[in-house]
Design a protein around this ligand. Structure first.
Ligand SMILES: Nc1nc2c(c(=O)[nH]1)N=C([C@H](O)[C@H](O)COP(=O)(O)OP(=O)(O)OP(=O)(O)O)CN2
Ligand SMILES: [Zn+2]
Length: 467
């Protein structure tokens, strides 16, 4: 294993590192302190009280997540591969392709995450690596994943990431050839204004990229077909010629026409926050003047400002005037009350403990007289967005939606929030595909298990994809 492999680096963070002859804990390291200071500037720019209980530890958590998530800058692929090449006798390359020492070796479905160099948000990567051994030697399989991780744990762009992985494996293993396919998923940027009206504003930006060296340099080589067929066998239907092979297009939504910052608006971005993000880049070992990173701090700040505490308060005005008459809601007392549901109201939010997005859907159930439809779906969507676009925690979001809905809907309310948390994948915990559900029950729903069960069973199980 390399001198700076994952375990070693983590124990350094936990147990302290030696800087000269002074031993510094992770908290005392200058890079950590600089990131913490910058995060405080960002939180203040969002109008937050940095001493608020839930936010006190946020600067340190963000510093830990970012330094851990970019540890690839401090690792070397060659340290990982060295000492992990093993002799494996087989047919000579000239004779044919015998498995093990001449045939294609493929490691599929490596779940990784990386940080987008355009906007600094994490993106997910499903990585597939193939190589053809040469010189009758093979590499330890885990090293393919470890080398991939060295380059993923940096600020990256998908094609560049694939090229770096491919080139490092080619130089480290010296095989007949290496092929890399990456399926990358970047979250969309919310459109705050339309989110209040349109409940379907989520989704993913997907990008498939590939890189090949040695016998894979020729994109039409039969070996590419073998490799892709093995991936297709795993349910991935890719055509080599459908992959993007030029890096001049921007895949990050922050650079799409709707997400990009118009030149005239750049000055309106809080410059103190932009400077703080540039200092974070420096503390991570990056050069904020690198041409790909020049607009990154402003784009990250623009993303963050979606979650400013004050900018949406006006949106909740009007809720009071829309309040429903409880007499109407409860009917004349003779009619039976039925569960009314609004399912899949989508939301975006920003985890206040790690400053990373979480997003998903809200399901609201309430009791009202049969045939009476007291409240428009758009109003409930507005409530969901209002509490979503903040620094939040999912538990509080659920409770706040339930309390507000209850005051409008007569008290018998159940709220379920289903979400994917970026902080569950893009930090040490790395739980890809996990999702989180929270529930708040008020009025009759808190005393009637049958009503709760009926509502919970009506929630479609496709609501949150934990991809
Ligand atoms: N009022 C507060 N409430 C909560 C706080 C807090 O600081 N003030 N903190 C938490 C959790 O610690 C926070 O949500 C983070 O938890 P976790 O996902 O476990 O992540 P960590 O960074 O702490 O840990 P790792 O082990 O590094 O993943 C809850 N409420
Ligand atoms: Zn991005």
């Amino acid at each position: 294993m390399g001198a700076l492999d994952e375990g070693h680096f983590c124990s350094e963070l936990e147990n302290g590192v030696k800087l000269g002859c002074i031993e510094l804990s992770f908290e005392e390291e200058p890079e950590t302190i600089a990131i913490e200071d910058a995060v405080k500037v960002l939180m203040q720019g969002l109008g937050e009280d940095v001493n608020r209980e839930g936010l006190k530890k946020t600067p340190l958590r963000v510093a830990k997540a970012l330094r851990e998530g970019t540890r690839g800058y401090r690792q070397k692929a060659k340290d990982i591969v060295q000492g992990a090449l093993f002799p494996e006798s087989g047919l000579d390359n000239t004779v044919g392709h015998a498995g093990g020492a001449g045939g294609l070796v493929v490691v599929r479905d490596l779940d990784l995450f990386s940080y987008c160099e355009s906007c600094m948000l994490p993106f997910q990567v499903k990585c597939h690596v193939g190589y053809v051994p040469s010189g009758q030697r093979v590499v330890g399989l885990s090293k393919l994943s470890r080398v991939a991780d060295v380059f993923a744990k940096r600020l990256q762009e998908p094609q560049h990431l694939a090229d770096e992985m491919c080139s490092a494996l080619q130089h480290g293993i010296k095989p007949a050839g290496v092929a890399v396919v990456l399926q990358c998923l970047h979250i969309h940027f919310p459109k705050v204004e339309s989110a209040f009206l349109d409940s379907d504003h989520q989704g993913w930006v997907e990008l498939l990229v590939s890189s090949g060296s040695g016998v894979f340099e020729n994109e039409n080589a039969n070996l590419w077909a073998d490799f892709l067929n093995l991936l297709r066998f795993r349910g991935i239907n890719v055509e080599k010629n459908r992959m993007r092979d030029s890096s001049d297009q921007h895949w990050c939504p922050s650079r799409s026409p709707s997400g990009a910052i118009a030149a005239s608006k750049i000055e309106s971005v809080n410059q103190g926050m932009v400077t703080a993000v540039a200092s974070i880049l420096r503390s991570l070992g990056e050069d904020p003047l690198r041409k790909e990173l020049v607009g990154t701090p402003a784009r990250f700040v623009k993303w963050l400002m979606n979650f400013q505490t004050t900018n949406l308060d006006m949106k909740l005005n009007g809720f009071v005037s829309d309040r429903v008459d409880p007499l109407k809601l409860n009917g004349d007392g003779c009619k039976e009350k039925k569960i009314h549901s609004e399912l899949n109201l989508s939301f975006w939010s920003q985890c206040e403990h790690h400053l990373l997005p979480f997003y998903g859907v809200v399901h609201i159930g309430y009791l009202c007289t049969e045939g009476f439809n007291p409240i428009a779906k758009s109003l409930l969507q507005s409530i969901v967005c209002f509490y979503g676009y903040k620094l939040q925690v999912q538990e509080r979001l659920t409770r706040q939606i339930a309390e507000t809905a209850s005051s409008l809907l007569g008290g018998d309310v159940i709220v379920v929030v289903e979400a994917n948390h970026t902080c569950m994948i893009s930090r040490g915990i790395e739980k890809f595909g996990s999702s989180t559900a929270t529930i708040a029950v008020l009025g009759r729903f808190s005393t009637d298990p049958a009503a709760r069960a009926k509502f919970l069973q009506s929630i479609p199980n496709t609501a949150v994809s934990g991809r």
